[in-house]
Design a protein around this ligand. Structure first.
Ligand code: CA
Length: 230
């Protein structure tokens, strides 16, 4: 899960990153509305936390532009304002939920879970594909038939989650870099190749019949017996 934080109060933004990191959510932070809109339009985020009072472009204009350009990423609006009219305005413009500062970390996380679920992406602890099961909380990859399991490191976990969440989808190296290493990362093709190779070895180790197939010039796809094949 990757979250974009658009919030100009650096201290709050840093606190949010910390809260999210504890839940193993990756977060990118930007500090004004204009940058926020640009990042949000990339479509790589599962959820956006958006402040209302922002320099350069306010949160209402950001959500409005975002929805106009067809980006449906769930948005949680954040503001110091208590006015009911502000809440209504935010929701009318396409926000999914609204939170008034100050708030507790528990409430923030609960709301993120709810709006991400609404998007149709259930945050479950176990993800299954073919003969493999990946447990998010323990980063454990196991094979239903083999009985073996192995712990994945952070990048491997992000990769397998991406593959399992979009069965049959081919991911280009560029896409994998953006989604796993991050928007601003300077990771290259060799990083992707290395981690795909680690992951293949671990799939083999647990005795899975699932394979990460490389499609020339296109990218990678996870394939498995009794699972999607095209
Ligand atoms: Ca603000």
């Amino acid at each position: 899960m990757r979250i974009l934080i658009i919030e100009d109060e650096k201290r709050l933004s840093d606190a949010l990153i910390e809260i999210l990191a504890e839940q193993k959510y990756m977060a990118d932070a930007v500090y004004n509305g204009k940058d926020g809109l640009e990042y949000a339009k990339s479509g790589i985020y599962d959820c956006i936390i958006l402040d209302v009072m922002l320099p350069q472009m306010n949160g209402f204009d950001v959500i409005c532009s975002l929805r106009e350009s067809g980006v449906a990423t769930p948005v949680l609006m954040l503001t110091a304002r208590e006015a009911v009219s502000d809440k209504v305005k935010g929701l009318d413009l396409g926000a999914d939920d609204y939170m008034t500062k100050p708030f507790s970390p528990e409430e923030l996380l609960a709301r993120i879970r709810v709006i991400s679920r609404r998007q149709g992406e259930l945050i479950l602890d176990k993800m299954c594909f073919g003969d493999i099961v990946f447990t998010i909380s323990t980063s454990e990859l196991s094979c239903v038939s083999g009985g073996k399991s192995i712990r994945l490191n952070f990048k491997e976990s992000e990769l397998i989650r991406l593959f399992i969440s979009r069965p049959g989808i081919i991911f280009s190296k560029e896409e994998l870099i953006t989604k796993v290493w991050g928007y601003d990362s300077d990771a290259g093709d060799n990083n992707v190749e290395a981690y795909i190779s680690f992951l293949r070895k671990k799939l083999h180790f647990v005795g899975s019949k699932c394979e990460i197939i490389a499609l020339k010039k296109l990218g990678y796809r996870l394939e498995g017996e009794n699972a999607f094949k095209a």
